[in-house]
Design a protein around this ligand. Structure first.
Ligand SMILES: [Zn+2]
Ligand SMILES: [Zn+2]
Length: 153
């Protein structure tokens, strides 16, 4: 029987990095498709189109390397108003992916990934048109993490 990606992404898993058991249930995580560990924020590189595209199914461990905001559909909107997202980089193939932050993700770890951005990430992210946040954006990140909404004037 063929498994759909929906099955795969709703399955509980054991973190490949820290070894903790992770529940994928939406009630726990607040997101529909949990794909990373809430404790260490690592995930596995499993492409959504794995079934049809074996090139993307490398299954390496993906480390949290930075933060970005999801781009607005309105190209004239200011850059940083979208949802805060976690940027992962695969430790096996170097591929980048952008993922939603879950309700129970460790916010300290998320803040750490802001200042632990690897040297060559900025260059790589530009190629993929991902705007990596820096320490200068910490107020924005904290407001997203801790729920104090800063509304643009
Ligand atoms: Zn983990
Ligand atoms: Zn990979």
């Amino acid at each position: 029987m063929m498994r759909t990606y929906f099955d795969d992404f709703n399955a509980d898993f054991t973190c490949k990095n820290c070894g903790r058991y992770v529940s994928a249930r939406t009630a726990v995580s607040g997101v529909v498709n949990r794909n990373h560990c809430p404790y260490c924020l690592h995930s596995r590189h499993v492409d959504l189109f794995e079934a049809g595209d074996r090139l993307c199914a490398c299954k390496g461990v993906m480390a949290p390397v930075g933060l970005t905001v999801k781009r607005s559909r309105d190209k004239y909107a200011r850059g940083l108003q979208g949802e805060l997202m976690l940027v992962h980089r695969c430790q096996t193939c170097g591929g980048l992916s952008i993922n939603r932050i879950a309700a129970d993700d460790d916010s300290i770890r998320i803040l750490e990934s802001l200042s632990q951005c690897p040297e060559n990430l900025l260059e790589q992210s530009q190629i993929h048109e991902i705007q990596i946040l820096t320490n200068a954006d910490i107020a924005l990140v904290e407001s997203r993490l801790y729920g104090t909404q800063v509304l643009a004037a």
